[in-house]
Write a protein of this length. Structure first.
Length: 224
């Protein structure tokens, strides 16, 4: 069954263009040019929503806040706004990503495919994930190696879970901080270095293995 995408934008020419393009790429597409119609189309249970921020009456940020508790699919903002605060506002409203206008159809298609793959992985994620003998129970939030429990703090587990479930992907400190601490957290990304140091020490002492690799000048990744 093809994925269903809901495109919400007050520009009819754009929604028509995106509908044709996405349908040609195998998606089922519904379009809305205002918030009320968009809410009505939620009955089709979209797998992903493309949402314009600048719309009359109810803008995209407000619409996202209103529907976020009713939908769990990725929401990608389409926006001409480019300031950092605008991006933060969009993500804090419940969005998962943003695409700045004007954008290429190739980039849009790739972003959509990436979010759908990630969403599918999350739905099918096992309770227990193994990596080089290390067992991470995502439900019980516990770590063990050769039957021995490895004590970690809540935040340390959150960071391990984020890196491990995105194994072999490199993330800079800012992205890790935003994903683990949250966009409205007080503090800064400099704490990541210290947390990684502590986690490495605990895991190496318990297993003799290094799991987190530093990619110099870029960030960190979990090596599976």
């Amino acid at each position: 069954m093809p994925y269903t995408i809901l495109v919400i934008d007050d520009e009819t020419m754009l929604t028509d263009l995106l509908r044709e393009h996405l349908q040609n790429n195998g998606y089922t597409v519904y379009t809305a040019n205002d918030a009320q119609k968009a809410i009505a189309l939620l009955r089709y249970k979209p797998n992903l929503i493309l949402l314009d921020i600048n719309m009359p009456e109810m803008d995209g940020l407000e619409l996202c806040k209103n529907i976020r508790s009713h939908v769990v699919c990725p929401i990608l903002f389409l926006t001409a706004r480019i300031t950092e605060q605008d991006k933060v506002n969009g993500l804090m409203a419940g969005g998962d990503d943003y695409i700045t206008k004007p954008f290429s159809l190739a980039e849009l298609t790739a972003r959509i495919a990436a979010h759908l793959r990630r969403d599918e992985r999350n739905k099918n994620a096992p309770d227990v994930v193994a990596s080089q003998g290390l067992l991470v129970n995502l439900f019980e939030r516990s770590l063990s190696f050769n039957g021995q429990n490895i004590p970690v703090s809540k935040r340390e587990f959150d960071l391990i879970e984020f890196l491990m479930t995105n194994a072999n992907q490199v993330f800079d400190k800012e992205r890790i901080y935003e994903s683990v601490w949250g966009y409205d957290a007080e503090g800064d990304s400099n704490v990541i270095k210290e947390y990684v140091r502590k986690i490495r020490a605990k895991l190496y002492q318990a297993t003799g293995n290094d799991y987190i690799e530093t990619v110099w000048g870029v960030g960190y990744k979990w090596v599976r």
